[in-house]
Design a protein around this ligand. Structure first.
Ligand SMILES: [Fe+2]
Ligand SMILES: [Fe+2]
Length: 170
């Protein structure tokens, strides 16, 4: 894992990662054994890397990616088959994200359209397409448990950065 890139990524999202609403996502399971928090960190980091590679707005991709599933409820309990959740959770996530954080238009679009084509309106920005695709890629990886070692390394590094920053800012 490239430490410099990880540092650049962390600088884009550190305020979000240390915030109560984002940390609350640790309480909810997303796919398989992956928490909503880990899923969002995974999507956010992958989207950051791709956006940077393509010369897009990597900061917005990272921030929108981190907040894309900030719906903050257990979707397994709320809907038996998850179908309704698939349609409605982008709006719930956007509502929560707008309530707690200042969002750019790009970040708003990323969150609202990340389930496209399930939700009808297509994404407006390249970064929204990146997050939409990375969301599906990460969800498949989490479900089939592919790349587990790489994932664990990513989560451990991000956690370490959060802890070091939390001590400094206290
Ligand atoms: Fe989602
Ligand atoms: Fe997601």
């Amino acid at each position: 894992m490239n430490e410099q890139l990880l540092g650049e990524y962390y600088a884009c999202v550190d305020d979000l990662l240390l915030s109560a609403p984002v940390l609350q996502m640790k309480n909810f399971v997303q796919h398989g054994q992956t928490s909503c928090y880990d899923h969002c960190v995974y999507v956010s980091y992958c989207s950051f890397l791709i956006a940077k590679k393509l010369g897009c707005n990597a900061r917005s991709a990272a921030r929108g990616g981190l907040l894309h599933d900030l719906f903050l409820y257990d979707w397994h309990q709320k809907n038996e088959n998850g179908l309704r959740h698939g349609f409605t959770h982008p709006s719930a996530a956007l509502r929560n994200a707008e309530f707690h954080f200042q969002l750019t238009d790009r970040e708003r679009d990323i969150i609202k359209k990340h389930m496209w084509p399930l939700t009808l309106m297509p994404p407006r920005y390249k970064e929204s397409y990146i997050v939409m695709l990375m969301d599906k890629y990460c969800a498949i990886n989490e479900t089939i448990k592919w790349n587990r070692k790489r994932l664990r390394t990513l989560f451990a590094r991000v956690e370490r950065l959060c802890k070091s920053r939390a001590v400094v800012t206290r």
